[in-house]
Design a protein around this ligand. Structure first.
Ligand SMILES: Cc1ncc(COP(=O)(O)O)c(C=O)c1O
Length: 384
């Protein structure tokens, strides 16, 4: 049905009406006082979201721009780095690092498994001459629905090395409690179309003092993504280039909504929806692709047996106007992924679980009494 589509993919995520309407006006000049006020306000709101006192820089570009900026602003040609790789976005880190001539040690885990902090520990312990300059990981691996233990990996980095840690928090920021300053995370990259609840087009990089020190030595080529320019201009409440002005209107509106809800309430909502989804899926006889204990609060990947996951996805869209994400690469047809990131409420979770049960029933593939999944989801949602 036209205009009824419910995005339950891990990005772009649904956008609240007031955020949408904040964008429906003429752009204002990006050197005007009014725009400066918005940059000032959103910069302070972004610090709150990142739990940091460092400046958070806003780039017009997608999440990958922020990832790339994190690398090219802290590292130099030939630097040795460790990249964690347990999915599509871990792979992307390896590709970006290699594209800039870095020497990459890849720490792998099977897709669907989390990265093992001990593997990082061993490599860092063996690096007696401290040649490793950065440890680079994806926090929430969107392709598999796995959350990597950023805090534990960072602890190993801090214990055994002087390397900086760079984290892709594209689908964990605003869903999971990431304490940038408290934990000592050096670079956090994120993107607007995820927990921020605004359309794609802006991305964000937060850098610690240690990362800015590394920036002094960094000789990788950069121009549009030269963060020194962004730092200089953010201190004047401005931006080095013409930014996506209307997306800044949206950013201010969405961060204001988030502040009203409160960080702990936002994390609790995501954890509750994650559990209600996981339990509902299991209760209808489906298998979780990633074990529940290391599931991402943003996304649940499901591995149905004896049925093409793409057929489930197609039916969910055509019969219920619910868009789920499919499997990527070798997982295409094997898994589907339910996004519960950002502007999601209990109604969305109840709808997706009941629509899934109905879809499987219609296909003759429901392996549990009809209603069992929904009953479980409701009981999780009604838990105190
Ligand atoms: C974990 C993760 N990292 C990076 C990206 C890349 O972001 P973009 O597509 O905005 O460049 C995504 C997008 O889905 C993601 O989920």
């Amino acid at each position: 049905m036209q205009d009824k589509l419910n995005l339950m993919i891990p990005g772009p995520t649904p956008v609240p009406e007031n955020v949408l309407s904040s964008m429906s006006r003429h752009p204002i000049g990006h050197r005007s006082k009014d725009f400066q006020k918005i940059v000032q306000e959103t910069t302070s709101q972004l610090k709150w979201l990142h739990q940091t006192t460092a400046d958070v820089l806003t780039i017009t570009g997608s999440g990958t721009a922020a990832m790339e900026a994190g690398i090219i602003n802290t590292l130099s040609k030939g630097d040795k780095v460790i990249c964690g790789d347990n999915g599509k976005f871990g792979e992307r880190w390896v590709k970006v690092a290699r594209a800039y001539g870095l020497e990459v040690i890849v720490v792998k885990a099977e897709w669907g498994q989390p990265l093992d902090p001990n593997k990082f520990k061993t490599i860092l312990e063996d690096d007696i001459n401290k040649t490793i300059k950065a440890v680079i990981i994806t926090h929430s691996e969107t392709s598999t629905g796995v959350i990597n233990d950023l805090k534990a990996i960072n602890n190993e980095v801090k214990k055994h090395s002087e390397a900086i840690i760079i984290a892709d928090c594209v689908t964990s920021l605003g869903a999971s409690n990431i304490q940038m300053d408290e934990w000592g995370i050096d670079v956090i990259a994120s993107g607007s179309q995820k927990g921020y609840m605004i359309p794609p087009g802006l991305s964000f990089v937060a850098m610690s003092e240690k990362a800015w020190e590394a920036n002094q030595q960094s000789n990788l080529p950069k121009f549009y993504l030269d963060l020194k320019q962004y730092l200089k201009t953010v201190n004047q409440n401005s931006n080095p280039f013409t930014p996506a002005i209307n997306l800044y209107f949206a950013l201010e509106a969405s961060l204001t909504m988030m502040q009203k809800e409160g960080l702990n309430n936002i994390f609790a909502r995501h954890a509750r929806h994650q559990k209600a989804t996981q339990e509902g899926v299991k209760a209808m006889g489906l298998k979780l692709f990633a074990e529940q204990s290391f599931g991402s609060p943003a996304i649940t990947a499901v591995e149905p047996e004896n049925v093409d996951a793409e057929n489930i996805r197609k039916a969910m869209k055509s019969d219920f106007d619910i868009l789920l994400a499919g499997g990527q690469d070798h997982l295409k047809g094997k898994i589907f992924r339910i996004g519960h990131l950002g502007f999601v409420n209990d109604r969305d979770i109840i709808s997706v679980i009941s629509a899934l049960e109905s879809t499987l029933d219609k296909m003759g593939k429901l392996n549990a009494p009809i209603g069992q999944g929904l009953a479980k989801t409701i009981s999780v949602l009604n838990e105190e």
